[in-house]
Each structure stands twice: as structure tokens, then as C-alpha cells.
Design a binder for this molecule. Structure first.
Ligand code: PMP
Length: 425
């Protein structure tokens, strides 16, 4: 029969080993912040499919929009025959990306593709080839985005040399001893020892570093980066794939960090569970590539565009940006309370509802406790809660539940986290 055990056996026999699996569970159905597995077990979802479900699993308004679109057409390839949802979505996204200038947008299907294309556009617009990215950054699993990603194992290990022209700056992270000054100095050092600033097309940064550990960049740091870019004719690319779509309390995080990037990438929650991503930026930069240089067969699928347009409506109608701020406050308060009882919680941080706690042996900030994070994720799952870890050291628990999660369910999930800490720490 199709239970977890037999399906996982079949999975391991047929799916490539490189496709990892955090939880040994086969999901059958889901609704808002709840998932049921094929054995009928119910779970509270604090993972949201890795930051994809800010508006919850199968939001009724998103599903209605998708069903309506399915009654019209599912595919033409936008470069062959255009369709309105793609155009309307570009208009709507442009209103939400920071910057008081004319903007244009490219739609694709995945975050990795969005990042790939943002680099192609930056290169074409500047006539330069170099790119600066940060330690601990995550930008994707395609070749160029692997080169940008600042963590080798498991993403690029054993895969040989990655595309060249990528230079590594230190990501600011006060908790682990990298100051903002040291980060800026590491960029100046690149200009001295590795590549002339005149050969750098772009600096790519996640406003809040996601996979790397939910480290929040300060507004003043982002503004220093903006100035540094301007002084050398370098473009600033904000990778908002994980921070975007309202997670941080503004639709894009850069808005509240007071910085206007030249290019912004987005994906994940923007289409509420359907594959959609894109790049938005200054019109003249976006237009640097000639017709035919951008696109893809499925890029900006009408189904995904319809879903995204519905997600934007849901954000307005259900006031989800305010909800992200409130949820983030509640989360941080509750985790800080837990931190008083459990000294393993060495740090609690976040921007809006992009919140994390970082675990250390006995609270010793020089001893990241990845083992404990792993055990916590396992123990919570046994109690019916799906958690996700992250971090350069693997010792961070991040919270990515739907913003639409009912308060009672949020409390239930948080009390499971507390229970697990009491049992394990
Ligand atoms: N950029 C960031 C900041 C991400 O978090 C991710 C995915 N975790 C990506 C890019 C890549 O997106 P995708 O997996 O959709 O290719």
C-alpha cells in the first residue's frame, strides 16, 4: 500500500541521491498551515515549503484564480503569443519594487533562473564581467548561481570549477565576529588584490541572508553598499527570493532598509506555491539585452502569473504585511522567553516574520550546536511540527510558517518547540 514506508523505499530506489530529504514523510494534502501525510498523520507546517507559502497552502483565492485561468489557457510560451496575466503581473510587481523610476520586469520559473538572468542583464548593461557575492550567500544550484553561493558543501562539492569572475566578500555578521566595517573592507580588498572595480558589473546581496542563517543586514550597511556601488559604477542586485513577497513586513525587504537596488530578484512566495520568479529593475538596465536574449519556454507561465496576481490581492485584502510584522513580534517575544529558560538559545533575530533562533553548546557563542538543531528538528517532527534549520554552521532554526496561520496553531507549534528544548537541552 502507499504508506510512508513503502513510498520512501520506492523514492530512494528511483530518485537521485543528490536530492536530499529533510523529513522522512510523504505528504498527501495540505491546507493553510497544516499538512497531512499518506499515513493520515497531521503536521503543523513551520517550513512553508522553504519560504514559498506566505499566503498558506492552497489559499482559496489563489486556487480560484488558477482554476479560472485553466478555463482559458495553460500555455502559449510568452515569446510566441503574449497573455494578459504576465503583463499585469509585471505592472503590479513594478509598483512594489523600491525605486522612483521607470521599471521593467522579466519573468522566469525559479529563483536560480532569476539570479542567472540578473547577472546576464548586469553584464550586458555595464559591459563588465565581474560579480561580487558574499560568504554564506545562497543564490541557487545552477552553475553561475553555484559560483555566487558562498557555501561549498553540499551544493558544489565534487562538481569541479565554477564559472569565473566571481569574487567573495565577507558577509557582515556581528554574532560571528564580522563587523560591517570588515565587510566593506573585504570589498575594498577585492578591488586591490583581485579585480579592478571598473571590471565589476554587480554586487549581489540578500537583504537578510536566508539559507546562510537569517542574518539581517542593517539599513546603514545596505546604504553603504549602495554608495560604494555608485562610486564605482557597479550595479546593486538585491536577491529577494527568500526575503520577498511580504515575509519581512514590507513586500520587498529593501523598502524598509532604505535602499534602492538596480535589480531585484524574486521567486518563492510570490506565486503562493506555483513556480514563478523574476527580475525587476531600472528600465534602461533591463533593456540592455536585445530581443531573444531573455525568456524561456515556461518562463512566466500563465497559471503561475494568475496565482501571483491572486497572492498580491490576498496580501492587500487580508492585510498580510501588517500580519507579518505582528507575527514576527510574537515569534521574537516567545523565542526570547524560551531563551531565558534555555541558555542554548544564543541569539534570536529577524526582520518581520523572517525569524530565527541560533543554538550554541551551553550558550557559548564560540560553539555552534548543529547537532542540537538536528535533534530539535527530528523531535519536533515526532510531535507533529515541521521545522527547518539553516545556517553556515547548521545551528539555526528558522521560522517560515504561513503568515495566515491561525494564532492557536502558532501557539501549539511554539509550545512543541519549548517542549523539545526542555527534553533535549
Ligand atoms: N536565492 C535565494 C536567496 C534563495 O533562498 C533561493 C532558494 N532557497 C534561491 C535564490 C534559489 O531559488 P530556487 O530554488 O527557486 O532556484
Amino acid at each position: 500500500s502507499n504508506n510512508n514506508q513503502t513510498l520512501l523505499q520506492r523514492r530512494h530506489a528511483t530518485v537521485a541521491r543528490g536530492v536530499g530529504q529533510i523529513h522522512p514523510i510523504v505528504a498527501e494534502r495540505a491546507e493553510n498551515a497544516t499538512v497531512w501525510d499518506v499515513d493520515g498523520r497531521e503536521y503543523i507546517d513551520f517550513a512553508g515549503g522553504i519560504a514559498v507559502l506566505n499566503s498558506g497552502h492552497l489559499h482559496p483565492k489563489v486556487i480560484a484564480a488558477v482554476q479560472e485561468q485553466l478555463g482559458k489557457l495553460s500555455h502559449t510560451c510568452f515569446q510566441v503569443l503574449a497573455y494578459e496575466p504576465y503583463i499585469a503581473l509585471c505592472e503590479e510587481i513594478a509598483k512594489r519594487v523600491p525605486g522612483d523610476f521607470a521599471k521593467k520586469t522579466l519573468l522566469v520559473s525559479t529563483g536560480s533562473e532569476a539570479l542567472e538572468n540578473s547577472i546576464k542583464i548586469a553584464r550586458a548593461a555595464t559591459g563588465r564581467a565581474g560579480v561580487i557575492a558574499f560568504t554564506g550567500a545562497y543564490h541557487g544550484r545552477t552553475m553561475m548561481t553555484l559560483a555566487l553561493t558562498g557555501k561549498v558543501a553540499p551544493y558544489a562539492a565534487g562538481m569541479g570549477l565554477m564559472p569565473g569572475g566571481v569574487y567573495r566578500a565577507l558577509a557582515p555578521c556581528a554574532l560571528h565576529g564580522i563587523s560591517e566595517d570588515a565587510s566593506i573592507a573585504s570589498i575594498e580588498r577585492i578591488f586591490k588584490t583581485d579585480a579592478d572595480a571598473k571590471d565589476i558589473a554587480a554586487i549581489v546581496i540578500e537583504p537578510v541572508q536566508g539559507e546562510g542563517g537569517f542574518y539581517v543586514n542593517s539599513a546603514s550597511f545596505m546604504q553603504r553598499l549602495r554608495k560604494l556601488c555608485d562610486s564605482h559604477g557597479i550595479l546593486l542586485i538585491a536577491d529577494e527570493v527568500q526575503t520577498g513577497a511580504g515575509r519581512t513586513g514590507s513586500f520587498f525587504a529593501c523598502e524598509q532598509l532604505g535602499v534602492v537596488p538596480d535589480l531585484t530578484t524574486f521567486a518563492k512566495s510570490v506565486a503562493g506555491g506555483f513556480p514563478l520568479a523574476g527580475v525587476t529593475g531600472k528600465a534602461e538596465i533591463m533593456d540592455a539585452i536585445a530581443p531573444g536574449g531573455l525568456g524561456g519556454t515556461y518562463a512566466g507561465s500563465p497559471i503561475a502569473c494568475a496565482a501571483a496576481l491572486a497572492v498580491l490581492k490576498v496580501f492587500d485584502e487580508e492585510n498580510l504585511l501588517q500580519r507579518a510584522k505582528d507575527l514576527g513580534q510574537t515569534l521574537q517575544n516567545r523565542l526570547r522567553e524560551l531563551g531565558k529558560q534555555h541558555k542554548v538559545i544564543g541569539d534570536v533575530r529577524g526582520l518581520g516574520a523572517m525569524v530565527a533562533m541560533e543554538l550554541f553548546e551551553n550558550g557559548d557563542l564560540s560553539k555552534p550546536d548543529a547537532a542540537l538543531a538536528g535533534k530539535l528538528v527530528e523531535r519536533a517532527r515526532d510531535k507533529g511540527l515541521i521545522l527547518l534549520s539553516c545556517g553556515v554552521y547548521g545551528n539555526v532554526i528558522r521560522f517560515l510558517m504561513p503568515l495566515t496561520i491561525p494564532d492557536a496553531q502558532l501557539e501549539q507549534g511554539l509550545s512543541i518547540v519549548g517542549e523539545c528544548l526542555s527534553e533535549l537541552a
